[in-house]
Every structure is written in C-alpha cells, then in structure tokens.
Ligand binder design. Structure first.
Ligand code: DC
Length: 231
C-alpha cells in the first residue's frame, strides 16, 4: 500500500472544528496543515491596523491598494503548532478575536482579496502532502483534491465550543455575541457571490456535533485511507 502525497480539502461552517480536525489529520499523515481562514483573518487585521475602517465602514479601495504589501506566512512553534504571521509579526491570537471575526466576512467576500489569497493557497498546496481547511478549498482552490470533507454541526454547539475556547485563552467572551456572529457568518459565507460555502458534489459530509475528537479522528482516517492508500 502506498500513501500518495495527496491534497485533502476540508470545508465547512465557522467553528465547526475543521481546523482541529485538519491539524490532527495532517499530524497523523505527516502532511503540512494550512488554515486558509487564518489568511483572510490576517488581511482583515491588516485593514483594521491600517486605517481602512472609516465611520461609514470598510474603505475597500484603500484595502485593495495595500494588498500587495500584505504577506501572510506560517511557522511552527516548538510544539509543532502552526502560527500565523502578518508581515513577520505573529498574529495567531489577535486574528482569532471577536473584533476580527466580526469584520472578516466582509473582507473575505471581496473578489480581489480572494484571488490574491487563492493564488498563494494553490502555490503552497499544489505539490500535495497537504491538508487545507476553509470554505472553498474543495470547490474552487483544489477542485481536483484527492479527498474532500464537508464539516457541519448545529450553530448552538459551535457557539458553545468557541465560547469555551476563548475563555480558556483568557479572552473576553459572550456566548450570545458568539452565536450571533456564527449565524451571521454562516449566512454571509453561504450567500456571497464569489466562492460561497457550498458542499462539493464529491465531498463526504461529517456532522460532528455529538462526536468526540477520537471518534472524529477515526472517521476521518477511515475515509482518507480508503482513497489515498488505494490509489
Ligand atoms: O475558518 P475561519 O472561521 O477562521 O475563517 C474566517 C473567515 O474567512 C470566515 O468567516 C470565512 C472566510 N473564509 C473564506 O471565505 N474562505 C476560506 N477558504 C476560508 C475562510
């Protein structure tokens, strides 16, 4: 049996546990993990830090003029945990704040931002040996991906998880605000005209609302092995 260095696309709703699942899968397979959402979050943070927000909202033209100056990279820490860097500065925690979460849907709906980041995602992943998570990985970024998984769970379950995660990190959190944010992002992700969140026709669906991490790992490995080891 041979493990071809494949491309694994994991798409799904906000806070559905995609990243945790994708990271664990990448570690089990010895693949690279890439969090495409972190790239959209980093661009949003850049906009927030560079006067792109006016009282009337996002100044799109200003952000687009800055795009070429935005460099998002990833580095592993001592525990092999991938950290996101924005122009050389680690922004891993800042990009997960509610302030960024509240603005990222608008930024990620801009076609120019998507084209800019998708080009980088393809360059990072097209040699294979990668697990990438996001919203459009199996549909737009890598429609030829070897394995596609679409993750979903009830919005209340996802809000509860996110709430506990932020509290654990010592960040301010309100369950109601998080739930509202998740519902808003679900809506915006699914209805934007470019790269909307849709299940690829050849994706496997995983509803992990009532699954333990171990059950999820087992489910994923079984599906991935079926494809990668039999090629
Ligand atoms: O996965 P996440 O919640 O960290 O993603 C942050 C936002 O970025 C999310 O609201 C949707 C957007 N996103 C996207 O549009 N396309 C991707 N491939 C990944 C994320």
């Amino acid at each position: 049996m041979k493990n071809n260095a494949g491309i694994i696309a994991i798409d799904g709703f906000s806070s559905s546990g995609k990243s945790t699942m994708a990271k664990r899968l990448a570690r089990n397979l010895g693949y690279i993990y890439l969090d495409s959402g972190a790239m959209y979050r980093a661009v949003t943070l850049y906009a927030m830090e560079h006067d792109c927000y006016e009282p009337s909202g996002l100044n799109v033209q200003r952000l687009l003029a800055y795009l070429k100056q935005i460099h998002v990279t990833f580095e592993l820490d001592a525990d092999q945990r991938p950290l996101t860097y924005l122009n050389g500065v680690c922004v891993e925690d800042t990009i997960r704040s509610l302030a960024v979460s509240e603005k990222v849907s608008q930024v990620s709906a801009l076609p120019e931002v998507r084209a800019f980041l998708i080009e980088q995602q393809r360059a990072l992943g097209n040699k294979g040996g990668i697990v990438m998570d996001g919203r459009d990985i199996g549909t737009v970024v890598f429609p030829q991906a070897d394995v596609k998984i679409f993750v979903q769970a009830d919005a209340a379950v996802r809000a509860e998880r996110r709430y506990l995660e932020l509290k654990q990190k010592g960040q301010e959190a309100s369950y109601e605000a998080i739930l509202k944010n998740i519902q808003m992002r679900d809506h915006l992700d699914q209805t934007r005209s470019v790269g909307p969140l849709v299940k690829a026709s050849d994706a496997w669906v995983l509803d992990n609302g009532h699954m333990s991490l171990e059950e999820q790992d087992q489910w994923v490995m079984e599906h991935v092995k079926q494809v990668l080891w039999q090629k």
